[in-house]
Design a protein around this ligand. Structure first.
Ligand code: ACO
Length: 442
């Protein structure tokens, strides 16, 4: 790619020595597959030359066994419930760092010094405004528009305002613009739903407080952000900040591999996140808990339904492709949810249902044998609700948290000399060649 950006500064650990190549026998012929080993001992078979040498491809629907890249950003050990950003355990970061620090860490590869953070935050503060013309887009959306649709559209439309990304300085500036304008766009989407005037950003507030101000202030009454809300949002954004090659991040890399610009790539990631099997699960969890409440709180009935494959019902907020022990983010949130609700003086019947549901599911053979545990989306919605965030904004909050992760992966791909356009193969199962039948003869 022609685009250059500020270099990622990080220490590269020495990688463990690679074992001898693996051997694959196909149709009586042996092929050697080089083995690569990551800094945490993860082993991968390098099949990049497999098709050229053997004519065969690998088959892995859902990519559960496919490593699409090498990455130095986030490490997950799903069996052990480990999540680390650039080597730092999530448990040590949560509650002790600012989200802006974590953005810097993920994107630039090292924790910022006080001076670097000050400069970074200053830049974020100075780029929060969106072009006045962009307000016309909001005017055009129906008031019932889902805020995820508005966020995705508005993010790709940023590329119409900041198209000169090929120049060295523009790319880093576009990273700042995206992080700074994301909350402004998100809050404006909410205001559109509410039929209220857009609230302009305030430069004297922190990243999180400014977002809450833009969400909840109205011209007649500025909104005083309570510190507990700033803290809770900061934690939630940090817990969502990156999760290596998940569906939306892989989408960002997939789109970016064609050399599409940053805004276009991230907009695609936002769309991927929206689905209920991914980030949309936080909205789906609250809807499910509401449904159980309205059904006399009979959560056991829903556990039974989830076990019945024919019902088509799943326990939303349960299960994960990678975590097979516990999701460390869910563990942190479960410990936080009571604290936040108590400090806000909120009691939520949905929390009681969630706890009861979790308790039953965690001891049920169906869930235990399949290693299905609550994921990050299970408790996040309860906190968002207590903060006054409407349900259809939950996934938008997830997107704001995931923004630095998407950006970090996009930049990493940009600097990777081995990056090629992503283009998976397939096993064709359609009809063999047959003659075309003209319309008159059909
Ligand atoms: N409720 C009931 N059964 C489930 C659930 C669930 N939530 N999740 C998985 N299962 C069952 C499957 O039916 C399957 O059973 P089987 O082996 O008898 O066929 C088994 O557990 C394995 O599940 P898969 O669907 O194969 O797992 P996969 O890795 O493909 O999917 C996913 C993971 C999408 C997260 C899935 O667990 C799910 O749909 N969960 C609910 C949605 C959700 O919470 N998504 C958020 C994920 S976290 C995130 O993106 C931020």
């Amino acid at each position: 790619m022609s685009q250059q950006t500020k270099a990622v500064v990080e220490e590269s650990p020495a990688l463990p020595p690679a074992p001898a190549p693996a051997r694959l026998t196909l149709d009586g012929k042996e092929h050697e597959l080089p083995v690569i080993v990551g800094s945490e001992g993860e082993v991968g078979l390098d099949i990049s030359q497999l098709r050229a040498r053997s004519g065969a491809i690998t088959f892995d629907p859902g990519y559960g066994n496919t490593g699409a890249c090498e990455s130095a950003i986030t490490f997950i050990d799903g069996e052990a419930g480990i999540l680390r950003y650039r080597g730092y355990p999530i448990e040590e970061i949560a509650g002790r760092a600012q989200f802006t620090e974590i953005c810097y860490l993920l994107i630039y590869g090292h924790l910022p010094t006080a001076e670097e953070l000050k400069d970074f935050e200053n830049q974020l503060t100075r780029h929060t405004m969106i072009h006045e013309d962009m307000k016309k887009f909001f005017e055009g959306f129906p008031s019932s528009a889902h805020p995820m649709a508005m966020l995705s559209s508005m993010v790709v439309s940023l590329s119409t305002y900041y198209p000169k990304e090929g120049r060295d300085d523009d790319l880093d500036l576009n990273v700042i613009r995206l992080l700074a304008k994301g909350p402004t766009i998100a809050a404006a989407s909410y205001k559109k739903n509410m039929g209220q005037p857009v609230v302009y950003p305030r430069n004297d507030l922190s990243y999180c407080s400014n977002f809450l101000h833009m969400m909840f202030s109205v011209p007649a009454e500025p909104y005083e952000v309570r510190p507990v809300l700033d803290r809770a949002l900061n934690l939630l954004l940090i817990l969502h900040a990156d999760h290596e090659q998940n569906c939306s991040t892989s989408t960002v890399r997939m789109v970016g591999s064609s050399q599409a610009n940053l805004f276009a790539s991230i907009s695609a990631g936002i769309s991927a996140l929206w689905g209920p099997l991914h980030g949309g699960a936080n909205q789906a969890v609250i809807e499910m808990l509401g449904r159980i409440r309205d059904d006399h709180g009979d959560y056991k009935k829903y556990v039974d339904m989830a076990k019945d494959k024919g019902s088509g019902f799943k326990l939303m907020g349960f299960g994960h492709r990678v975590y097979k022990n516990f999701d460390p983010r869910a563990k942190i949130l479960k410990a936080t949810v009571d604290e936040v609700l108590a400090e806000l003086g909120v009691s939520d019947p949905l929390l009681e249902i969630a706890k009861a549901l979790e308790e039953v599911a965690l001891h049920d053979e169906f869930f235990v044998s399949r290693k299905l545990y609550p994921n990050v989306d299970f408790y996040s919605g309860i906190i968002y609700r207590a903060m006054g965030i409407p349900t259809n904004m939950f996934t938008v909050l997830f997107a704001l948290g995931r923004m630095p992760g998407w950006i970090a992966h996009w930049r990493e791909m940009l600097h990777d000399p081995r990056n090629r356009i992503n283009r998976p193969r397939q096993i064709y199962t359609g009809p063999p060649q047959r003659p075309f039948v003209p319309l008159a003869q059909r």
